[in-house]
Ligand binder design. Structure first.
Ligand code: NAI
Length: 335
């Protein structure tokens, strides 16, 4: 067996965590031979609910779980953690745009960054799910200077999965037969699900689908609005699918994804015309434990205009939280 790994999940009494925790605990994410200690973080008002979640996890008798820490204290919760899944945030309710969420969540992620900087393990990896995920990841990384910003990722895997499903349904093929789908930009309605490079059974997806109108007028807006559609139908935001996307991304990142492409929000290196240091979703390869950007993809005019919309939105988000970005980190971004 491998040495025990400490894994933190914030928002642990929330609905995504309720689907996510059992899947982490049974080894689907980090491996069936990876013992873990779960660190569950919540706000004080949700601690009694969290107690119930802890009881259920205990009652599952997961062989891999060596211990559970449940707390509202960031320094206790993040002590020695190697993986931090930052799920806790105020969820978007019906009719609410992500920008409204920005101010209420920005402070949380600055505080979490500072605490991780003080007490997390040296090999820390952070995956931000709580919205607005890209900018929250930026704030968190900016406040945790001990760690390479590349270690902070934000989730767009759910959007990638949604696109893959839609393509498979349209083409009448199996989901794993669809690959190289890209989600560019923000996890918001400006995101750009791009199938220019996608393949279906190894063939160009665009050629197989052969319906540009459907791609632009049905698929892209449907993926962009899927979160809102789920909220409308369910009266609550995506939870089981969000948890599945966390497991998918972290498993691929941790163990490697072979030649499959994964989309994830990471600090831009300035390529594809995206401002350096903006947390922007791009395609990467996951060799195991880190990622490599897929560079030099040809970008058509339509794609460039879609990517630019999301870039602009992320610049606005970044500028709205500028006061929470420490000077040394900000200097790199605002030159
Ligand atoms: P939820 O409201 O059911 O649970 C959130 C939990 O976080 C609550 O229990 C709350 O008490 C807790 N929380 C709030 N502030 C916290 C803090 N400072 N520290 C620790 N815990 C804290 O929400 P749900 O459905 O679990 O969603 C969580 C977040 O994930 C939301 O921001 C939602 O918008 C986002 N989301 C992101 C997706 C993505 O693809 N990136 C997809 C779906 C949801």
């Amino acid at each position: 067996w491998l040495p025990t790994l400490h894994v933190a999940v914030t928002g642990a009494a929330g609905q995504i965590a309720y689907s996510l925790l059992p899947r982490i605990a049974n080894g689907e994410m980090l491996g069936e031979d990876q013992p873990i200690v779960l660190h569950l973080l919540e706000v004080p008002q949700a601690l009694s609910k969290l107690e119930g979640v802890v009881m259920e996890l205990q009652d599952c008798a997961f062989p891999l779980v060596q211990g559970i820490v449940a707390t509202d204290d960031l320094r206790k919760g993040f002590a020695d953690v190697s993986v931090a899944l930052l799920v806790g945030a105020k969820p978007r309710s019906q009719g609410m745009e992500r920008k409204d969420l920005l101010s209420s969540n920005a402070n949380i992620f600055a505080e979490q960054g500072k605490a991780l900087n003080e007490v997390a393990a040296n090999d820390l990896r952070v995956f931000v799910v709580g919205n607005p995920a890209n900018t929250n990841a930026l704030i968190c990384a900016a406040n945790a200077p001990r760690f390479n910003p590349e270690r902070f990722m934000s989730m767009t895997r759910l959007d990638q999965n949604r696109t893959q499903y839609m393509l498979a349904e349209k083409a009448g093929c199996k989901i794993p037969e669809v690959d190289r789908v890209i989600v560019w930009g923000n996890h918001s309605s400006t995101q750009y699900p791009d199938i220019t490079h996608a393949r279906i059974k190894g063939e160009s997806a665009r050629k197989v689908i052969n319906d540009e109108k459907w791609i632009r007028e049905v698929m892209i807006p449907k993926v962009q609005q899927r979160g809102a559609e789920v909220i409308k139908a369910r009266g609550a935001s995506s939870a089981a699918s969000a948890a599945a996307a966390v497991v998918d991304h972290m498993r691929d990142y941790w163990h490697g994804a072979g030649d499959r492409w994964c989309s994830v929000g990471i600090p831009s290196d300035g390529t594809y015309g995206i401002d350096e240091g903006l947390w922007y979703s791009v395609p990467v390869m996951c060799p195991g434990g880190h990622y490599r950007r897929i560079l030099n993809l040809p970008i058509e005019e339509f794609s460039a205009s879609m990517m630019e919309k999301s870039r602009k939105e992320l610049v606005e988000e970044r500028d709205a939280v500028r006061h929470l970005i420490p000077k040394e980190f900000g200097e790199k971004m605002y030159t």
